[in-house]
Design a protein around this ligand. Structure first.
Ligand SMILES: [Mn+2]
Length: 278
């Protein structure tokens, strides 16, 4: 079985998948995707990781991550199966295989933009002129159905991690197999991350509340004031806080829970740089 790259990062259990892959080597093989490349560049050169990679790295010990990167480094730039050529990302038209750039084959975003610009408004694959059929992953070209362009280019990414389908191609029969995803795995990862962040924010909020009350009672004899004065003083003190509504609720003695935080806190604060992703 050959994986088309980007095995890592978006799914529910990247370390488990790598273990599974490793166990079945060399019967299992893979071409390298831009996500694996990012981990390798991070490990070797300290290149920055996008959110999905940070999440995955966080799940592993240092030794496990070292091993994972070692495993990813064993993935090929391309695999020539005879009846078909397999790459993760793209194949620049008019360029022989030996002169294809790694970044193109691996689907690095800058190369994707270059190809878009060069061939717009047509997609790059319509200009594919390689000697044999090309099988790619990387992009969901055609929704839940694989891309099949003139029996020359086959795009098998059907968005499994986003709740679409997982698609494979059996060679040499050229028989497509496709199963629906059980759920949107990436959205579930983001939910889990948001919940972790919300927990921290809730803890910080409670600490901030205690601090504000302590400060007010020292400077203004807060506890001796009538409730209305307390409210005014407190509201003024937290006026610049982005979550002042929740702080004022805490002051009123309301029970604040995770769902309140998830509702009130802006998504950008919960997920940070989730826009990603090269
Ligand atoms: Mn990719």
């Amino acid at each position: 079985m050959i994986f088309l790259g980007d095995l890592v990062d978006r799914g529910p259990d990247t370390p488990g998948l790598l273990e599974y892959f490793d166990f079945h080597r060399p019967r299992f093989r893979a071409v390298m995707g831009n996500h694996e490349l990012k981990h390798i560049n991070h490990f070797e050169k300290g290149a920055p990781l996008a959110l999905s990679q940070k999440l995955v790295k966080r799940l592993m010990t240092k030794d496990e991550y070292t091993y994972a990167v070692w495993l990813m480094r064993s993935f090929c730039r391309y695999i020539d199966l005879g009846p078909a050529l397999l790459v993760h990302g793209f194949f620049a038209p008019g360029v022989p295989l030996e002169r294809q750039e790694d970044k193109t084959l691996l689907g690095v975003l800058s190369k994707e933009r270059e190809l878009e610009k060069k061939y717009q408004p047509r997609p790059w694959f319509e200009f594919y002129d390689g000697p044999k059929p090309l099988i790619v992953g990387h992009k969901v070209y055609n929704g839940d159905a694989p891309l099949i362009w003139n029996q020359k280019v086959f795009g098998l990414d059907t968005g499994c991690v986003f709740g679409g389908r997982l698609t494979g191609l059996i060679l040499p029969e050229w028989e497509l197999v496709s199963v629906p995803a059980e759920r949107n795995y990436w959205a579930a990862n983001l939910d889990r991350l948001a919940e972790q962040k919300a927990k921290t924010i809730l803890k910080d909020l409670k600490a901030e509340h205690e601090k504000v009350v302590a400060g007010l009672s020292l400077a203004h004899g807060y506890f001796g004031l009538p409730p209305k004065e307390q409210a005014k003083l407190y509201a003024k003190r937290v006026a610049a806080h982005p979550l002042r509504k929740l702080l004022n609720d805490l002051r009123k003695g309301k029970e604040i829970n995770l769902s309140d935080v998830l509702r009130c806190v802006p998504k950008s604060m919960l997920l940070g740089d989730s826009a990603e992703d090269e």
